[in-house]
Design a protein around this ligand. Sequence first.
Ligand code: PMP
Length: 474
Amino acid sequence: MLTEHPVPTGPTHLQDRVPRVVGSGLTVPLVTGQRVPYANLDHAASTPCLVEVGQAVERLLPWYSSVHRGTGFTSRVATLTYERARDAVRRFVGAAPGATALFTRNTTDALNLLGRALPPHTTVIRFAADHHAALLAWRGSRVCRLGVPASPGQAVGLLAGALADAPRGPKLVVITGASNVTGELWPVAALAEAAAAHGARTVLDAAQSAAHGPLDIAAWGVDWVALSGHKMYAPFGAGALVGASDWLAGAEPYLAGGGASARVAEAEGRETVLWSGLPHRHEAGSPNVVGAYAMAVAGEALSATGWDVITAHERGLAARLRDGLARIPGVCPLGMWETGSPAVGVVSFGVSHCGGEPADQRLVATALSAEHGIGIRDGAFCAHQAVRALLCRVHRHQPGRALRASIGLGTTAEHVDRLLSALTELVAHGPRWTYRNTPDGWCPVPDPRPLPDFLEHRTLAAERARPEQKGCTP
Ligand code: PMP
């Protein structure tokens, strides 16, 4: 079933320009004792590191030092690196020149930061299809919840209606760039225009879109954008919130501490604090210069590659995946909008049967890994409302759970073909190995897969058997 060489996809002259990722030749063990090249079809969760990013980080490490806190030469280098990274991320998202760029841990952190900076009595308007990060970061504010729209046009109509009915006062509209369930692209500019027509501000959750197409928030009329380095080939723990300064400048610091405080004194037994201005106001503590730099390098590398190269690679593979899945009996792809709507390479689907039995989605995902060396996701992908709503539209047996395959620069056509043939076989005949269901999910029994050398335990089964671990024993 495995082809020896990756099958090329997309026009060859573009294919040659696809940037390489670290670990592209990695092999993983199967329960049978064989090793196969890892088919990473989980780019929507986290992308691998670009080779160029890994090399840049290695170059930086000897110079690694404190940021904004030292007079030593390496501190000056680290500080400059960090501030240049800020400029690079600002450019990457197409922000207006005066925009504030704040480094955070990830998109979740960035949206929560903005959530804490909302002026009093702000109404937040968002869709049920959003990721939990975009759904929940506004707790404590008045939230207007819109359902899962049946088309991009209906999304704009629903929003316009909600804005017309919204109470007076500040309003923030949360817009998702690309769905982490279906990959479908939301009509960002049209939603931002509808928001602006009602005097509302907008924040774009670009976690799933940043690595797959250009961002141009100034042109789209978007006020803020949140994104994650680990979803754009820079897995070093940084994310960013970029956009308008006003709400951020007026807010209490997101975290209290060094950097965010310009002057601390004591008066009548209490601390008095003069908080710093932007950007330091919301970046208390020692900043993640490695993560920020990695994100900046990744953004520059993606832009320099050319979005035509990236989209040609990804769209070809995504079409292969969607067409192949549609041909497997009992596999139901999920979609919000009509088939063929513009999308990034994220495909969620339900499997109704596996070897003649009602399918357990997690067992299917476990068998794909254990028997075929394929990594995908199962569950509800931190978008419970979206997955529940979309599963209701297809005929399935296991409510609330689906499978998700997602592609990116590390994906080859062989990975996609391997998934399609493994799924076809699983649907028809069920798993070939035995599995036990445990509170932590399905485990192969036995599970002789060795862990890599740098981990102290010899097999996954031995790791599970350690007394402090819950879950199944072999
Ligand atoms: N929004 C979307 C659309 C996502 O897919 C994710 C991650 N799955 C997030 C937000 C949160 O990103 P992070 O985990 O990097 O904070």
